[in-house]
Design a protein around this ligand. Sequence first.
Ligand SMILES: Cc1cc2nc3c(=O)[nH]c(=O)nc-3n(C[C@H](O)[C@H](O)[C@H](O)COP(=O)(O)OP(=O)(O)OC[C@H]3O[C@@H](n4cnc5c(N)ncnc54)[C@H](O)[C@@H]3O)c2cc1C
Length: 290
Amino acid sequence: MPFYTPVDFDYYAPRNVDEAVTLLSEKEDSVIIAGGQTLLTLLKLRILRPKNVIDLSKVSSLRYIKEENGEIRIGAITVHNEVARSQLIASRCGLLSAAAGRIGDEQVRNRGTIGGSVANADPSANYEPVLLALDARFTLIGPQGRREVGAREFFVDAYTTAINKGEVLTEVKVRELSEVGYSFKKAARREQEFAIVNVAALLWLEGDEIKDVRVAVGGVTARPERLDGVEEALIGKGKEAIPSALSSVEYSGKPISDVRASSGYREYLSKIYLRRALEEAYARAKGVRS
Ligand SMILES: Cc1cc2nc3c(=O)[nH]c(=O)nc-3n(C[C@H](O)[C@H](O)[C@H](O)COP(=O)(O)OP(=O)(O)OC[C@H]3O[C@@H](n4cnc5c(N)ncnc54)[C@H](O)[C@@H]3O)c2cc1C
């Protein structure tokens, strides 16, 4: 019989980041909870049996969205719906709004946090390819102090990030974008579910030619991947180059086979969604320049 209640644990609700970091290092076998949308299930099924649970949701200083020196800074406990509905993010970084607005359902978006999602690093999570394409930076605070990690280093493997034991992820930062076409595509069996494949594309035009492009895919392999070959095949070309650029799709990791889809289906689907994403990003870029 499966369990549906957690083992007993001590609960702590720090009021600031310093307190949270101290608790994490002082209390052995401790785990952070933020929105609880992933962690509670792991506790209830007793997949995790920590002695101490440290609740970040009362650290209100970590709940913000602000603009500073051309960057958008998002506090770790900002919930998905706040990201999705932020006017600032919509106007300066539409790709991020699009991804946040398509996470799970309304309840998940009202409770789940950006920090919890990226710390959990589910290969099918919406934010992963998006934050990789955006070259996001992550702020981590631990007993050794503060450090910043870029997206290419942050996502290490499935459910594994660069966050060290004892560290708290406090902020996600992305640069504001201008004159960019973007697209986020999610292929899922049902809209409220995790994706089989997610694609994020950013594209800049000079006339009809692609001046720069960034494309990242999530869900195919254990961590989100930037498709450098596809990007190189598109720069300096027009829209007609999109279908042939897809022959340069190459994943560095091993494609995943699981209950959601086989590896072959994921690779096949990724090419279809890549084409759609690049075409949409191109059309949007045309729109912002005309
Ligand atoms: C029904 C359902 C559907 C979903 N669909 C989608 C979907 O379509 N797309 C998608 O992307 N996600 C989906 N999710 C996951 C959702 O986005 C969760 O919000 C997210 O995975 C975890 O965020 P959380 O704040 O709830 O974190 P929690 O569950 O509280 O924590 C998750 C993990 O992150 C760690 N953690 C949390 N915050 C921090 C921090 N600041 N620093 C260090 N470690 C931290 C915790 O210790 C834990 O290991 C779905 C979830 C559910 C329940």
